[in-house]
Design a binder for this molecule. Structure first.
Ligand SMILES: [Fe+2]
Length: 397
């Protein structure tokens, strides 16, 4: 009957199911070649992955039009392109990274001593070490180094390219020790962290929404030859709409195992990818390389981040460091702005509009705006911390 047929078609459009995933449809989508000519700012395509040079990207963003062009190119690389980009030599000065690596080692040693933290949703205990919320721990332990590290213009650029402004930075360290096994192929947060029975309850447009709520990235903290197990990717797989469900099926997992690509990285390189891209950390077959990456999970201003971050506490600690570093020329205004974007809340809502009304606009002042104002006016740190507390109080119901 016609009515029954249209009802079924509607149900099939709205409700994606594990059973309806089709490996031939998937193959038709992913068996494509990335053309360098489509991405004029990239320097090469390796194994279907776009490679950029950090210095050249920054040079191209010097003018507002150039910046818009680069943002658009990177946005489409994530959306309809291979879904993954590598930025070589994103840190001209890797001593900043070495300083953070020592700090991470201290935190991991402390976790071992006190038997706290570091549990991993993918790996067996001991095969690797995790630092959850490395963002806040890093900021509180060494705010000046945090400012230099997150002042990085390329992290800010790529985050903005996918998520727009006012993104929420979170970060987690993954140290995979020699012998550490590969992860199974997966997609990331939000829908990527649910079971099929839960995923199937969300209508199709939420499957399309999930990938635009976050961006996944990693800073390589050491050289990562292939034997050390850098991340495995399947380019173009982010475009498969029922992909959150497909990965539960063996033929899709087999396809990933046979067709994934893997690129070596050097210390100071960045990798960013669409969170819906099929991927997995590789096996560390090296003798002595502890593969350390700081995983950046950047969330849209409109999404809920995976981790709780005390941004007021971080901002209070970062503020005097920024003041000092701006004063002695170790940080430019732009770098300070990038560090603030990785630290403070950049979005006005949710708030209590009775107590925190929008003044002179539609949105109340954000934590990040408060920090910029305080820096511009040269407030004492104590006054800034008091203003942060007052602002946080106003947002409560
Ligand atoms: Fe992942």
């Amino acid at each position: 009957m016609k009515t029954d047929n249209s009802a079924k078609q509607r149900a099939d459009r709205v409700w994606l199911t594990e059973a309806a995933c089709d490996i031939e449809d998937f193959r038709a989508l992913v068996e494509r070649t990335t053309l360098l000519a489509d991405y004029p700012h990239a320097i090469s395509v390796e194994k279907n992955v776009l490679i950029y040079d950090g210095r050249q990207v920054l040079d191209a963003t010097a003018s507002p039009e150039g910046r818009r062009a680069v943002l658009a190119e990177i946005c489409e690389a994530f959306a309809t392109g291979p879904g993954v980009v590598v930025i070589k030599q994103a840190y001209a000065d890797t001593t900043v990274i070495d300083a953070v690596s020592s700090l991470f080692d201290e935190i991991i040693n402390e976790q071992h001593r006190t038997n706290t933290g570091g549990g991993d949703h993918f790996a067996k205990p001991g095969a690797n070490d995790r630092i959850w919320n490395s963002l806040e721990k890093h900021c509180l332990k060494d705010p000046e180094n945090f400012a230099a590290y997150y002042g990085n213009a390329l992290i800010a650029l790529v985050s903005e390219a996918w998520l727009g402004p006012s993104y929420q930075m979170t970060a987690q360290v993954n140290r995979v020790n020699p012998g550490g096994a590969a992860q199974s192929a997966h997609r990331d947060y939000h829908l990527g962290f649910q079971t099929s029975s839960v995923i199937e309850q969300f209508p199709a447009h939420v499957h399309r929404l999930s990938p635009v709520l976050t961006l996944q990235g990693a800073v390589a903290h050491c050289d990562m030859p292939l034997e050390s197990g850098p991340t495995l990717f399947l380019p173009f797989s982010q475009g498969y709409e029922p992909g959150y469900l497909a990965l539960k099926r063996p033929e899709f997992r087999d396809y990933f195992d046979r067709n994934h690509v893997q690129l070596p990285l050097q210390k100071g390189d960045l990798v960013f990818f669409n969170p819906a891209l099929f991927h997995a950390a590789g096996t560390n077959r090296s003798q002595g390389i502890k593969r350390v990456a700081n995983l950046l999970q950047v969330s849209s201003a409109f999404g809920r981040a995976m981790e709780t971050v005390n941004r007021a506490r971080m901002s209070g600690v970062l503020y005097p460091a920024l003041k000092t570093m701006l004063a002695d020329g170790r940080l430019t205004q732009v770098e300070a702005g990038n560090a603030i974007a990785s630290c403070a809340e950049g979005y006005s809502f949710p708030t209590n509009l009775d107590r925190d009304p929008p003044v002179g606009g539609l949105a109340p002042k954000t934590q990040a705006q408060l920090m910029h104002e305080a820096l511009a006016a040269g407030w004492e740190a104590q006054a800034f911390v008091a203003a942060l507390a007052e602002q946080a109080e106003k947002k409560l119901s």
